[in-house]
Write a protein that binds this ligand. Structure first.
Ligand code: PLP
Length: 371
């Protein structure tokens, strides 16, 4: 069956024949970690140039067959998303802004010369998977079911041009707190490597960006830090973001700054949500440029009082220490500051259904019976 335009078709359901036992699942959910355990099912949807989207399926999670010439394996035509299902205080489950992930997925697809997926189909695919694997949503504090939608070029062809055949997949992984150390603030290393350059793929959520960040991230770890900070590629001066999180700077005068989306920075949904919440709080919110030299100077003078990073995986994480070629400095007391804590608490309360959802960000999962 072919999926045309915004038509959202029925999915074929093939249940997993040997689902994880209740006891084994309970053990995983008690201490899920991040990205190491997976639910029983997956969604797959195929795309071919002559047919468009077709064969939407919810089936057992299993290895996929790929021709060794599949384009993704050679030229990295791959994009992905990351979003979470949260247990709500009333016992139901909900996604946070899945429409924003769907829209960003298509922006990434356009940059990587891949076909766009109707937004309603992206969201429906996720709902279908959550419904069959609803028992995999952890109820523990800070827990969630992390969803990983991704698209790969499957056409066997070694010439360099956009592939004519793709596979969309969604898998699910129960998640606890992302930074396992439980440290209240992270330490970051300012890298000499660049993550993205003007005109490149920095604004697209593609695997290739992450491949290029592994050496700098490894360097940060080897030096005893948690995460890497990337500066702009042209001047090695302007702060861009971490390997997978956006950065915010809070000043003593009530200003909050985050690097503007210049095309080299990933437009985080957490970033955008926090900008909205901060404006509501009356902070003077600025999207602009901030240099590494100023970061140090303002941290030392006390003008800068907090720095935090944000993203779906770790939500909001305070940055307590910064190190780089030119030495080290602490931000504030090296601990999460009040603005970081307040914004995080407000966002988490909305995600968990504890606070009023003024912006219609919370997307309830209808449940299998009502479909
Ligand atoms: C996914 C990602 C983010 C965070 O985006 P969210 O939508 O908030 O999860 C930030 N930077 C990079 C490079 C990313 O890939």
């Amino acid at each position: 069956m072919t999926i045309r335009e915004d038509a959202v078709p029925d999915f074929t359901h093939v249940p997993c024949r040997m689902p994880t036992s209740d006891a084994a699942r309970a053990e995983v959910l008690a201490n899920p970690g991040f990205g190491t355990s997976f639910s029983d099912h997956m969604v797959t949807i195929e795309w071919k140039e002559e047919r468009g989207w077709h064969d939407a399926k919810v089936g057992p999670r299993q290895p996929i067959m790929l021709d060794p010439a599949a384009a993704v394996l050679h030229y990295a035509q791959e994009i992905f998303e990351g979003l979470k299902v949260y247990k709500q205080v009333d016992g139901s489950t909900a996604l946070f802004r899945p429409d924003a992930n769907a829209a960003r997925f298509n922006r990434s697809a356009a940059r990587l010369a891949m076909p766009e997926l109707p937004e309603a189909l992206f969201v429906k695919a996720i709902e279908q998977l959550v419904n069959v694997d609803i028992d995999w949503v952890p109820s523990l504090e800070g827990g969630s079911l992390y969803l990983r939608p991704f698209l790969i070029a499957t056409e066997p062809f070694l010439g360099v041009r956009p592939a004519r055949q793709y596979k969309f997949i969604v898998i699910a992984s129960p998640a606890g707190n992302y930074f396992k150390s439980g440290a209240p603030a992270i330490s970051v290393w300012v890298s000499d490597y660049a993550r993205a350059a003007a005109g490149g793929t920095g604004a697209a959520k593609c695997g290739g960006n992450y491949a290029a960040s592994l050496v700098p991230q490894g360097e940060a770890i080897a030096r005893g830090h948690d995460q890497v900070v990337f500066l702009d590629a042209a001047e090695q001066r302007w702060i861009e973001e971490l390997g997978g999180m956006n950065l915010f700077f809070v000043f003593a005068d009530g200003t909050m700054l985050t690097p503007a989306l210049t095309g080299t920075i990933l437009a985080g949904i957490t970033r955008e949500s926090l900008l909205t919440l901060a404006r509501e709080e009356g902070l003077n919110v600025v999207e602009g440029r901030y240099g590494i030299d100023k970061w140090r100077e303002d941290a030392l003078s006390g003008k800068l009082v907090e720095t935090f990073a944000c993203g779906t995986a770790a939500v909001v994480t305070a940055v307590g220490h910064v190190a780089g070629r030119d030495g080290e400095f602490a931000v504030g007391a090296g601990m999460p500051g009040p603005v970081t804590e307040r914004l995080k608490a407000r966002l988490v309360a909305i995600q968990r259904g504890e606070a009023i959802d003024r912006h219609a960000w919370v997307h309830r999962i209808a449940g299998p019976r009502s479909q």
